[in-house]
Design a protein around this ligand. Structure first.
Ligand SMILES: [Zn+2]
Ligand SMILES: [Zn+2]
Length: 330
């Protein structure tokens, strides 16, 4: 990413550390809660006889790969948060824009939150540990105010390497990322209706196609990507097997890994956060990483961080008897 000097954050009186979850639970961010609920309420409309189509499932899965896997997994998570790989500038921007179109917050907000999670995993200070309650770790934390993320010094502490990036700052200030998300909704919807009028003879058929496209490629896809991302924070910190003895409750969850194209191998990820590949065994499929390998072959990705598990974590797993059902590796 950009190497523009990081601005010195304005000194702010740092509050005494306190239990993050109980304090944060007091105040909900109404507008974000309303936005999440509103988008959810549109989902059942996609299952009416007029709107349900089997190609909608395909649109959902392709949309998940573009906006979820390339935008969130690769862009927000592996590239911005962990510097797991480098790409040409135009691809970096593209991954970030795909992430923005998943409506999961500004890149700076997302990266800041996730780095806080890695620093305090399942301890006091973790923004979304599901240890106390599954729903908190899954989605309640999102629409709950966390005063830490409203202070500039928090961003100065957790995302100093990204604060110099003008594009990321622009997206963050005044929640302009939401305008970009809205613009993509308008553009995708226009594309659907345009295709409808181009390929169908009657206005009724064209409008029906446009509505179907809007619901499946935008609404259902957005909600789907939300929940599978949130499952990494909730389910993959509660259920699954552990290959490494990390200081948290992270798990390798096969179900979440399949849905997210690789992010569910979460215990592997906590053991070696910078590694671009989150599947450590041959059967731990990570399609997001496979995509990076393909880009690497055509010189569109480089500095791909290798899997390097600290010795004490790898050996700690053997001593405690923790490990996957099969450790066979070709
Ligand atoms: Zn985690
Ligand atoms: Zn991470």
């Amino acid at each position: 990413m950009s190497s523009v000097p990081v601005p010195t954050p304005t000194p702010v009186k740092v509050a005494k550390p306190q239990a993050a979850i109980p304090a944060a639970r007091k105040r909900k961010v109404f507008w974000f809660f309303a936005a999440i609920v509103s988008v959810h309420l549109l989902v059942p409309l996609a299952f009416l006889p007029y709107t349900f189509v089997w190609w909608g499932i395909a649109a959902l899965l392709v949309g998940n790969f573009i906006f979820g896997s390339l935008g969130i997994n690769l862009g927000y998570h592996r590239m911005l948060t962990h510097s797991a790989a480098k790409f040409p500038k135009f691809l970096e921007r593209l991954w970030v824009l795909f992430g923005v179109c998943s409506m999961e917050g500004s890149p700076l907000w997302w990266v800041c939150t996730h780095r806080m999670h890695h620093q305090h995993s399942d301890e006091e200070g973790d923004p979304h540990s599901p240890k106390e309650h599954f729903y908190w770790g899954h989605m309640e934390w999102i629409y709950t105010a966390d005063e830490r993320r409203q202070r500039l010094d928090t961003y100065g502490k957790y995302v100093p390497d990204l604060m110099g990036d003008k594009f990321l700052r622009w997206l963050h200030r005044g929640e302009k990322w939401l305008l970009v998300w809205l613009a993509h909704v308008v553009a995708l919807t226009a594309l659907g209706f345009g295709a409808g009028f181009a390929f169908f003879d009657t206005t009724d058929a064209a409008v029906q196609f446009g509505v179907q496209w809007f619901l499946w490629a935008v609404i259902v896809r957005t909600v789907y990507v939300w929940h599978i991302t949130w499952l990494v924070n909730s389910a993959a910190h509660r259920w699954g097997y552990r290959s490494y003895k990390t200081n948290d409750g992270s798990r390798n969850n096969v179900f979440v890994a399949v849905l997210t194209n690789g992010e569910g191998w979460h215990n592997n990820h906590h053991a070696t956060p910078r590694a671009c590949s989150q599947g450590h065994r041959w059967w731990e499929i990570d399609l997001t990483f496979t995509f990076v390998r393909a880009l690497q072959l055509v010189s569109l990705a480089w500095d791909v961080a290798a899997v390097k598990v600290p010795k004490h974590i790898a050996e700690g797993a053997k001593e405690s008897g923790e490990g996957p059902p099969s450790t066979a590796k070709p």
